[in-house]
Design a protein around this ligand. Structure first.
Ligand code: DAH
Length: 356
């Protein structure tokens, strides 16, 4: 091969080696094989070569062209492979690494308690019912045998709402979940058993009272439901809920306008240590009774044919007792530190204490 072709070959090979990416590689290719490339120019000049040298020169140019084409293609393959490997290395990820921790939401203790209560009563055949927070005076008081001027109204610290045209009494924020007794009596067909968890409101605010709090109401109606059923149901519930199979439970005669007879229910605890179970002291935990015949009649149910029991309980109070939460106010302060301490893992559902 003549010197100029040798020089072109080694220069191109050096340029290719120096091209470290595809863009530089393409510049080398165009400079050699492009329209005005150096090899293209030599091929064009072949016509000017003396006829006796042309054959040999042509063959040499063709060999050079094949060799440069091969070198250019080989370099392209090498650069493409290197680029792919660099990309694979850059995008590599270790799929065996554990995921980054991310903040998980927690279930508020009140929601958790309501969920547990619904599960325990659900196992006893109770369905969950609901009613509105804004109630008529009749549902909240009248139908429950608490007429206007009844002294029991004074206990309720009621939030009254602006009067509504055409209604003699202003609506109220319900002071208890008992109005939902009336609603279910009017709506459901007998017999039925319901529990009603929900928000309730009273104009009262201190360490143990919040103007908004929660109650759960229970109502079981049938033809032959007795006070014995009431006792059995509530004893079973309290022992299951607190997870203490020997929890002492006491029924104490009391008064509510919507039940007759009425009973308050106490559980055994130790007043000094706060420990539930033994200890010889009693703690009032809920109100209950046999539904007053007048309440049944107010809801259009014949009290000679149907009877049953009802109960109502404060959700915050039993939640505080069960989990040793000392103060009521932080329940609604949305302090994330409080929730991290007292909240529940949403992936660990309520465990019922079996065999209690
Ligand atoms: N509604 C009552 C209250 O808020 C609690 C209550 C007592 C509900 C006795 C009942 C019951 O259903 O039978 O103080």
């Amino acid at each position: 091969m003549s010197d100029d072709l040798d020089a072109l070959k080694s220069r191109t090979e050096a340029d290719l080696a120096a091209a470290t990416d595809l863009r530089a590689w393409d510049a080398v290719r165009v400079a050699v094989l492009g329209k005005s490339g150096s090899l293209t120019a030599l091929l064009k000049e072949l016509g000017k070569v003396a006829p006796e040298e042309r054959r040999e020169r042509g063959a040499a140019l063709n060999r050079l062209k094949d060799s440069l084409n091969a070198a250019i293609e080989a370099r392209r393959t090498a650069l493409e492979t290197a680029a792919l490997e660099a990309r694979l290395a850059a995008e590599r990820m270790d799929v065996t690494l554990p995921p980054r921790p991310h903040p998980a939401g927690l279930i508020h203790p009140i929601s958790r308690t309501i969920e547990e209560m619904a599960a325990i009563f659900g196992a006893m055949g109770f369905e969950v019912a609901e009613g509105p927070d804004v109630e008529s005076d009749w549902h909240n008081f009248g139908a429950l045998n608490i007429p206007a001027h009844h002294p029991a109204r004074a206990d309720h610290d009621t939030f009254y709402l602006p009067p509504v045209a055409g209604q003699s009494m202003p609506p109220v924020l319900r002071t208890h979940t008992s109005p939902v007794q009336v609603r279910t009596m009017l709506e459901r067909s007998l017999p039925f058993r319901v529990v009603v968890p929900g928000r309730t409101y009273r104009a009262d605010h201190d360490a143990t009272h919040s103007p908004m709090f929660h109650q759960i109401e229970g109502l079981a109606l049938g033809r032959d439901i007795t006070l014995g059923h009431l006792k059995g149901c509530l004893i079973d519930f309290l022992r299951t809920f607190f997870g203490i199979s020997t929890l002492p439970v006491r029924f104490r005669s009391s008064y509510f306008p919507f039940t007759e007879p009425s009973m308050e229910v106490d559980i055994g605890w130790n007043r000094k240590t706060g420990e539930l179970g033994g200890g010889g002291d009693w703690l009032e935990i809920l109100g209950s009774g046999m539904v007053h015949p007048k309440v049944l009649a107010n809801a259009g149910i014949d009290p000679r044919e149907w009877q049953g029991f009802a109960f109502g309980m404060g959700v915050e109070r039993v939640t505080m007792l069960k989990h040793g939460i000392p103060d009521l106010r932080p329940f609604y302060e949305s302090d994330i530190r409080w929730l991290r301490h007292y909240g529940f893992n949403p992936l660990a559902p309520a465990m019922l204490h079996e065999g209690v």
